[in-house]
Design a protein around this ligand. Structure first.
Ligand SMILES: [Cu+2]
Length: 188
């Protein structure tokens, strides 16, 4: 499915000019049911002269220059989010989740976790809502070379404008200090 969507997305990108000229139509069939997002960046402090969509709040565990890539694939089978990182602290067990708002200079700017069923009590601490089935968790342990990767799959997709970043945490699980944040425009 992922390959198919990537192919259709690629064809679509290449065919945009022609499609505009022939008018109407647009993406049809698989293309219409398929959303792809792929963003990558290098972490920089919020005070960096050249701002980055990837912000570090802890230069020891998320050094400036560390690299992150996040991809979303949403199709008929649901939503898969994958993350790859490089340049982190070897052996450290990082927590990571999709959060609701874009990153900012303040680590709290990203808001709470994206939840499929939204806990009426926010900030959410109820394990009935705060769990990897109802949220997108991307916990990973950095390999000896500082690289890492994680993948999460759900049957559901994101709501418009409610999933906007990936936050890296000091600990795995549902909470913990925020070490870094990457703004990602996830698609509904
Ligand atoms: Cu989080």
């Amino acid at each position: 499915m992922g390959q198919e969507c990537a192919m259709v997305a690629g064809m679509w990108a290449g065919a945009v000019a022609a499609a505009v000229l022939t008018a109407g139509g647009g993406a049809t069939g698989d293309g219409a049911d398929c959303r792809e997002v792929r963003e990558r960046a290098r972490f920089a402090p919020p005070t960096a002269f050249v701002p980055s969509p990837a912000v570090t709040y802890d230069m020891r565990l998320v050094p400036a220059g560390a690299w992150i890539e996040v991809a979303q694939h949403t199709g008929e089978g649901g939503t898969t989010v994958t993350m790859r990182v490089k340049g982190l602290k070897p052996g450290h067990a990082y927590g990571a989740h999709v959060h609701r708002k874009p990153c900012g200079a303040d680590p709290e700017a990203a808001g709470g976790h994206y939840q499929h069923r939204v806990d009426p009590v926010q900030p959410s601490r109820n394990p009935a809502y705060l769990n990897p089935r109802n949220e997108v968790w991307l916990d990973f342990t950095a390999r000896a070379d500082g690289s890492g990767s994680a993948r999460a799959h759900h049957r559901w997709g994101f709501r418009q404008g409610e999933a906007a970043s990936v936050v890296l945490h000091r600990e795995q699980g549902g909470a913990g200090d925020r070490l870094g944040c990457f703004t990602v425009p996830f698609k509904p």
